[in-house]
Design a protein around this ligand. Structure first.
Ligand SMILES: [Zn+2]
Ligand SMILES: [Zn+2]
Length: 325
């Protein structure tokens, strides 16, 4: 139970117009027109044959939608705030859905977008944790991060350790800003870097901004992570090994265990050379397209890879190195 005072329903709502035993009704212009509009709406719905309350099936749809919103980490309070209904309404629907739901409220609840956090609500910490860890990877420890994010050293350290399931919007924004400032710059903290390497934390470039907060997303270090080719790219570029590539390589080795020493060495050599040269080829082809004025999005499409993958390939194979290789 929350001990905070219950907020007043907004002007223009039927609840504010009607008042309660403890709270006098409001007759301001907004409330009167709100009441009138609500009355018109009830009339219209009745005329259209749509009752002011949802039927059982419709209520079930509303409850399903609330659950989808809750699954993204939204709280009952936040869903209520977004829908303009009381938290108690949300709570009642999920615990005692058989008590029904007003059509107007149900429609507003259905209009809430899952995962639509506002400036007040805490949000899941995962994206922030991954950002801080990426900063460690780049050699930025809590001291450096703090210069760009007005939060305490302790909180930064604890976020790195994933000690919070939730973070405040202020913290999230602060870390996001620090990331924008620092992620592309090589930091000086060996301690931070060592910790990141020891724990297998990924750099920001391995993450897709859109899925940074998705628990099922994996860092993409090589453009081929989760395959044996990815394993070779980790090796070749001296990137920390990721678990998915480790697994894929173990499977490759098991699949080739029947070969004798010579054959196996040959298979390994082929795997290694194809793994690394193709990405260099890809970067070279892309660069040629870019020189001819094709933009990166189109280039990726023509080469049959994602834009993120292509950008990584270009970053890993700078122009001068290709000439030298
Ligand atoms: Zn009013
Ligand atoms: Zn990998």
């Amino acid at each position: 139970m929350t001990t905070a005072a219950k907020p007043l329903p907004p002007h223009g709502s039927q609840a504010r117009y009607k008042g309660t035993k403890k709270r006098p009704p409001c007759r301001c212009r907004t409330c009167i027109s709100g009441w009138t509009k609500a009355g018109q709406r009830r009339q219209l719905l009745r005329l259209a044959g749509k009752p002011a309350s949802l039927n059982r099936e419709e209520v079930a749809a509303v409850i399903g939608h609330i659950k989808a919103c809750l699954d993204t980490g939204m709280s009952q309070c936040l869903i209520g705030r977004r829908a303009g209904v009381a938290q108690s309404t949300i709570s009642r629907l999920i615990t005692r859905g058989d008590t029904g739901c007003l059509r107007a409220q149900g429609e507003r609840i259905l209009a809430v977008r899952p995962g639509d956090f506002d400036g007040v609500s805490d949000r899941p910490s995962l994206a922030t944790v991954r950002r801080v860890r990426a900063l460690y990877y780049a050699g930025h420890g809590p001291q450096a991060i703090r210069k760009h994010a007005p939060i305490t050293l302790t909180i930064i350290t604890e976020i790195a350790g994933a000690e919070y399931e939730w973070v405040s919007p202020t913290t999230e924004t602060a870390i996001r800003r620090a990331c924008a400032e620092l992620a592309g710059v090589q930091g000086t903290s060996h301690r931070a870097r060592d910790r990141a390497l020891r724990e297998g934390w990924a750099p920001l470039s391995a993450w897709d901004e859109d899925t940074l907060g998705d628990p099922s997303a994996h860092p993409e270090w090589t453009g081929y992570c989760g395959t044996d080719r990815g394993w070779w790219i980790h090796q070749r570029q001296q990137l920390p090994m990721c678990a998915r590539c480790q697994q894929a390589h173990a499977e490759w080795m098991a699949d080739h265990a029947h070969l004798d020493g010579r054959e196996r060495a040959r298979a390994l050599l082929i795997a290694r050379t194809t793994a690394t040269s193709r990405e260099a080829d890809l970067a070279a082809d892309a660069r040629e397209l870019l020189h001819h004025g094709v933009d990166i999005e189109q280039a990726a499409e023509r080469l049959g890879v994602t834009r993120q993958h292509l950008q990584q390939a270009l970053r890993r194979h700078p122009e001068n190195r290709e000439v030298a290789a």
